[in-house]
Design a protein around this ligand. Structure first.
Ligand code: ARG
Length: 719
């Protein structure tokens, strides 16, 4: 057979080209080609209406919500919509067994009933500047091999300097693996109050069974209000504050959607790794994901056993459980889909095509053989690292104990300055308040017993902390016996200082390292952490550092190779826009999924009293009465609960507005589908769907179930 010319292989197979509806575009740097494509697909707005330096535009209605979600301004009195799972922590924090807003829902009928949420903030993006030249200038002081470890420090310092005296927050982000640097200026509002949330049985209907799946019937929304000082400026919580008047408010359309309609999503996607190499994908699929999934599975079982028994524990652990469970299912599905969609093969073809292009360019010589070497060197220790982070440190007590190492180091070092000690003690004090609030001893005790056993079973014998396991064997019994670990764990929890609040607070007043070194929780934490740091930590930093340098070079080449194609950078929690359309799909042979789900489906899934599929009696009555009001979808003759689109999103986009061609809010995006869970690494153009809450279902719940017509009246409704 004739050999295929290399250049032809390249043309036929390079997959890094942007495909239909793929792309998380930087709103401020939207190129003409991409904008033209948006218009071709149906957009009816000018570029200036999406983003403008001089005028208010859609981007001014979008906020980074809390630590990692998106929300949008929907009223001139500072009302914001986001997902229920984004407001979950705040709703749980505002709940008690007596006033259980998580379970029963919450509707503020007047502003005075709204609940302040300590620690919750929203950030508005003010400005974006390209600072690549400035960053590269600062990096000139370092040798190339020093850059990976110095880069973050340099960016943080430059950001802090730029923000000085402005009252704004500045973060410089790295794009295309360090080939471009952009500076983002934000205004942070810290007075954010809870206004409305449906009962959890609506907001999380379907629980983890339905999570990351379509068809979907979850009413995943919550409502907050942003407050500002009397001058309209960011301010800490104060009863004197007034509702913030945003620069731009999204109109809300209840006209509905149909298959094929244009859809556009603005938001803050957290992370993707679309230029990951085949070697990285293999490590994920073979080692990282399965390890994480196994360990989280065990931890979740311990937590759930206690949550089911006691409503107070359910409230206490709800948010932490949801977070662990969310990515437990994600990483499981991700590995499975990466295998099913042959992503390693696809990447290998990309790499071969790149090598063909790079032939004769010495800069790229040996690029992929170096990548291979880098992965080969790290692979033997990868599981150990996951078992430390997701296993041993998956016990909240042990993770807290490990956090005392800095303080211990400061106290033990004769050269420490008093301020080092004060600083590290203060950090422990802050961490303690959080730890003690979330600590549930029965589940944690079981977690510790189980993860110590799993570490023993699954990690190479010569990588274990030897002294620790010898001590276990000598004092507690055979290492093959689960009772050994149970006995040990019980004793740790009985004897540790950290669970006796009075004693621990006294210790913090007068820290005593001798006492700390004797503590069984601290001893356990340090046995594992030190074993890793002293023996394997260096391999990990070599791995990440070499990877940075190689990826940086790879992307430099890719950018050059594709210089005429629009390319989007990986997600990194900066504002992006993407566009696609409402569209049904076929998840497997012989099956076609509709583009909408309706109330009728809630009836079908409903299981009275079930942990995941129960629903409020009142909702079931409304469904039976067909009391849909203005929220009915005439074609479906039902209320549309959710719909799917081809948009390119990921975690962090949760709560993002889904807009129609005119820029009106039609839904809130809240999830991705199971069949495309490889999406952080590879966008599949047939299977990828974004799962969106239909805004009409949301308003139906607010109005008919919550009776919060006050909120409906605040909106700019398009009927
Ligand atoms: N998968 C959703 C996301 O990452 C979160 C859904 C939360 N619900 C749950 N059952 N854990 O955006």
């Amino acid at each position: 057979m004739k050999k295929f010319p290399a250049i032809l292989i390249f043309i036929l197979s390079f997959n890094l080209f942007v495909k239909a509806d793929e792309g998380m575009w930087l709103v401020q740097l939207l190129g003409d080609k991409v904008y033209a494509d948006m218009v071709k697909k149906g957009l009816k707005l000018s570029k200036e209406q999406l983003y403008s330096i001089n005028n208010n535009s859609i981007k001014d209605a979008i906020v980074l919500f809390g630590g990692g979600c998106t929300a949008e301004m929907v009223s001139k009195e500072g009302l914001v919509f986001t997902n229920h799972h984004c407001g979950y922590d705040a709703i749980a924090a505002a709940s008690s067994v007596a006033h259980n807003h998580l379970k029963d829902g919450f509707w503020a009928k007047t502003k005075t009933e709204e609940i302040a949420c300590a620690g919750l903030s929203v950030q508005f993006l003010m400005k974006v500047e390209d600072v690549t030249a400035k960053v590269n200038e600062s990096l000139k002081n370092y040798k190339p091999e020093e850059i990976p470890s110095k880069l973050q420090g340099v960016l943080t310092e430059m950001s802090a300097k730029a923000a000085e005296g402005t009252g704004n927050e500045i973060r410089i982000g790295s794009f295309f693996k360090g080939n471009q640097f952009l500076q983002f200026t934000y205004q942070r509002f810290k007075d954010v109050r809870l206004v409305g949330a449906p009962p959890e049985s609506i907001g999380k209907f379907g629980g983890d069974t339905d999570n990351w799946e379509w068809p979907r019937h979850t009413g995943d929304f919550s409502i907050f209000r942003v407050y500002a000082s009397k001058e309209g400026k960011p301010a800490d919580y104060s009863s004197e504050n007034i509702p913030y008047q945003p620069k731009y408010v999204l109109p809300v359309s209840i006209k509905g959607i149909k298959d094929g309609d244009y859809s556009m999503i603005f938001g803050y996607p957290g992370s993707t790794n679309r230029y990951e190499t085949s070697y990285g994908v293999k490590l994920k699929v073979d080692i990282d994901n399965p390890s994480l999934v196994n360990l989280r599975d065990a931890r979740l079982k311990c937590m759930k056993a206690e949550m089911i028994k006691d409503p107070a524990v359910k409230i206490q652990l709800a948010s932490s459980y949801a977070g662990i469970a969310n990515y437990w299912k994600f990483f499981d599905g991700e590995a499975k889909q990466l295998v099913k969609l042959n992503v390693v093969d696809i990447k290998q073809k990309d790499e071969a095509a790149f090598e063909a292009w790079a032939k004769g360019k010495p800069e790229y010589d040996n690029l992929f053989s170096d990548v291979k070497k880098t992965y080969d060197n790290w692979r033997p220790y990868a599981k150990h690292r996951m078992y430390l982070i997701e296993g041993i440190m998956g016990s909240p007590l042990i993770a807290f104990a490990a956090g005392l190492k800095n303080m211990d180091a400061a106290l033990s070092n004769p050269n420490s300055k008093p301020e080092d000690i004060t600083k590290s003690t203060l950090a422990v004090k802050n961490a303690y308040a959080k730890f003690i609030k979330g600590e549930n001893t029965p589940s944690d005790k079981n977690i510790l017993g189980i993860v110590l056993r799993m570490f023993y079973d699954d990690i190479d014998a010569n990588q274990r902390p030897q002294a620790f396991y010898s001590m276990l064997k000598t004092n507690y019994g055979a290492l093959e016996n689960s009772d050994t670990y149970k006995k040990f764990s019980s004793e740790v929890f009985d004897k540790t200082l950290f669970l006796d609040k009075t004693k621990f607070e006294a210790f913090l007043e007068k820290p005593d390292t001798a006492l700390l070194h004797k503590d069984p929780a601290y001893k356990t934490a340090t046995a594992f952490a030190d074993n890793y740091t002293n023996n394997y930590g260096k391999f990990y930093s070599d791995f990440t550092s070499a990877n940075y340098t190689l990826n940086n070079k790879y992307l430099k080449g890719v950018l050059e190779m594709q210089k005429d194609k629009p390319m989007y950078p990986d997600a990194n929690q900066t504002m992006r826009v993407n566009y696609g359309h409402v569209k049904s799909y076929s998840p497997k042979d012989g099956v076609k999924y509709s583009y909408i789900c309706t109330l009728n489906g809630i009836k079908e899934k409903y299981k009275k009293g079930d942990y995941e599929f129960d629903a409020p009696v009142k909702l079931m009555e409304l469904i039976d009465k067909k009391d849909y009001g203005q929220y009915i979808d005439k074609t479906a003759n039902d209320v549309v609960v959710s719909f799917i689109t081809t948009n390119d999103i990921t975690g962090g986009n949760s709560g993002s507005p889904v807009l129609n061609a005119k820029g009106e809010l039609i839904g809130l995006c809240f999830d991705g589908n199971y069949e495309a869970l490889g999406h952080k690494i590879a966008f599949d153009k047939e299977l990828t769907r974004t799962i969106c809450l239909d805004v009409r279902y949301m308003l139906f719940v607010v109005d008919k179930l919550g009776g919060a017509t006050n909120l409906i009246n605040e909106l700019n409704l398009v009927k």
